[in-house]
Ligand binder design. Structure first.
Ligand code: NAD
Length: 501
């Protein structure tokens, strides 16, 4: 019989002893940097754990470890079937340890424990399984030549891959890097965000248990400085990054000024949700907008942070959005019925509150914000907030807030909607609501976004798994794609071979 899901997460959390250590060459080792990270719990502001950031020599030893494991071929020379089996074992181990890992995600990020269990963990497992099953599906070209020559493209792992990730889905973001990197035979050094360090250590330990050889997956902890060491390291062949566009640009400089390591950058977004009067159902639209704007407290790169609604239905949609926002259940992230938790840090909370003040100052009107007291007084809580009368020039309409702030703008014609959708520096994702397929196609061509979803209910069914479709940001939302077979190819390099008989 399946184990019952525990409901007393507070008790479980208080019994944890949290330690944050690097994993290098298959062993836990202490970091020796001067800088100390003090992680406070988003839910109650109390100290959760602290650790030293990795010094330059700690990063160097992790890269050395990855390099040794790559050069002796202990991983990439294994058959694709062997790598497939190990990665599937790792996926199974994540499932076995799902509660422990979900608890880490909830404690680090402040996200509801129910979301961590029902969304973050299954997604991470599915990404691992997808990549494991794709190991033997990559191919390369053979060229036309006469019988004296065999000319073909050889695909090889890139080498030592550094993965630097953000904090909003710590395990899922790490797995989105580690799974394709390892599936294609690379050795890796993973650096999680200093705001969410717990699940990365556990991922690396479980990888060892699954059979990933020592040194193939290393973890270094720390913040910007530790990340810079990786970005500028001369022996890192590829850097794969998920985080802000600002940091992505710094990494482009770091790569350019060091060894021209190849880069895959998944950066920020300001997704438009474009609602036309011929949308399938206003209820479905309102449900989906609230779910996508406030899921994970709005700390999602593809959060529906802008609603662009056709004038004729603005009033009605606004009413529906307010009604649904008031039905969210803000609460202690460790309570199972909470649907909306805390922000990741005090600093991030301040940034989001400043944007809310800026919105008011610039003349937008608050349509919804709760006056209820926060669930725990010292936690980092911000009410879901909806602004109406937002102008395209307002900062809340243009900049990524990465928090629970939804801005409503309106338009009259299709061309205006496209122009508004494109009026930020970002181009990550967009959602369109219309029953007119021609219009949806025109918008998909006109909007600069790496992914477009049309009529996406809050829990759409029937499409391929998210990780099966290659997508990546346009404009300042990134470089390269993640997901699908193209996402695996990104972790390989090609050699053109001509064999003359
Ligand atoms: P961030 O850029 O501040 O940090 C991301 C990572 O980079 C962290 O590990 C951090 O320690 C490290 N870092 C920071 N400065 C660095 C430097 N100078 N050199 C090297 N490493 C450095 O981003 P964040 O606040 O952790 O995450 C939020 C951002 O991530 C948002 O912009 C969000 O849109 C984006 N994001 C994008 C996706 C996507 O798939 N496109 C997914 C999730 C999050």
């Amino acid at each position: 019989m399946a184990e019952p899901i525990p409901t007393d997460w507070v008790k479980r959390a208080s019994s944890l002893r949290l330690r944050v250590q690097n994993i290098v060459d298959g062993r836990s080792v202490a970091q020796s940097g001067d800088e100390t990270s003090k992680k406070l719990s988003p839910r109650d502001g109390e100290p959760l754990y602290e650790f030293h950031a990795s010094a330059k020599e700690n990063v160097a030893s992790a890269v050395d470890s990855a390099r040794r494991s790559f050069e002796d071929g202990r991983w990439w020379r294994q058959s694709p079937q062997a790598r497939h089996d190990v990665l599937l074992r790792l996926a199974n181990l994540l499932e076995t340890h799902a509660e422990e890992l979900a608890l880490f995600e909830c404690l680090d990020v402040g996200k509801p424990i129910s979301d961590a269990l029902s969304i973050d963990l299954p997604f991470a497992v599915s990404v691992l399984r997808y990549n494991a099953e794709s190991v033997d599906k990559l191919h390369a070209k053979v060229y036309a030549a006469d019988p004296t020559c065999l000319a073909y493209q050889l695909r090889r792992p890139a080498g030592v891959v550094a993965a630097i990730v953000g904090w909003n889905f710590p395990l899922a973001l790490a797995v989105q890097k580690v799974a394709p990197a390892l599936a294609t035979g690379n050795s890796a050094v993973l650096k999680p965000s200093e705001l969410a360090s717990l699940s990365a250590c556990r991922l690396a330990q479980l990888a060892l248990e699954a059979g990933v050889p020592d040194g193939v997956l290393n973890v270094v902890h720390g913040g910007a400085e530790t990340g810079e060491f990786l970005g500028r390291h001369l022996d890192v062949d590829m850097l794969t990054f998920t985080g802000s566009s600002r940091t992505g640009k710094r990494l482009l400089v770091a790569a350019g000024e060091s060894n021209m390591k190849r880069l895959l950058l998944e950066c920020g977004g300001k997704a438009p949700n474009i609602v036309f009067e011929d949308c399938p159902s206003i209820d479905a639209v309102a449900d989906a907008i609230i779910a996508r704007a406030f899921w994970n407290q709005g700390e999602v790169c593809s959060a529906s942070s802008r609603v662009l609604v056709q004038n004729s239905m603005r009033e009605e949609l606004q009413r529906q959005l307010v009604y649904r926002a008031s039905a969210l259940k803000p609460g202690d992230p460790l309570k199972v019925d909470t649907t909306y938790g805390a922000l990741v840090s005090a600093g991030h909370r301040t940034k989001v509150l400043e944007y809310i003040e800026e919105g008011k100052r610039e003349g937008a009107e608050i349509l919804y914000a709760s006056n209820n007291p926060p669930p725990l007084t010292s936690g980092f809580y911000v009410s879901p907030t909806i602004f109406s009368c937002v102008q395209p020039s307002h900062r809340i309409a243009r900049e990524e807030i990465f928090g629970p702030v939804l801005s409503i703008l309106s338009f009259e014609h299709e061309d205006e909607a496209i122009a508004l959708a494109n009026s930020t520096i970002y181009g990550l994702s967009a959602i369109i609501w219309t029953r007119d397929m021609g219009r949806s196609h025109r918008l998909s061509q006109g909007i600069r976004a790496g992914s477009v979803t049309v009529n996406a209910s809050s829990a759409p069914k029937g499409g391929p798994p998210d990780c099966a479709m290659a997508s990546g940001g346009h404009k300042q939302s990134g470089i390269g794609v993640e997901g699908g077979l193209e996402g695996l190819e990104a972790y390989t390099v090609q050699t053109a071979v001509q064999y003359f008989v």
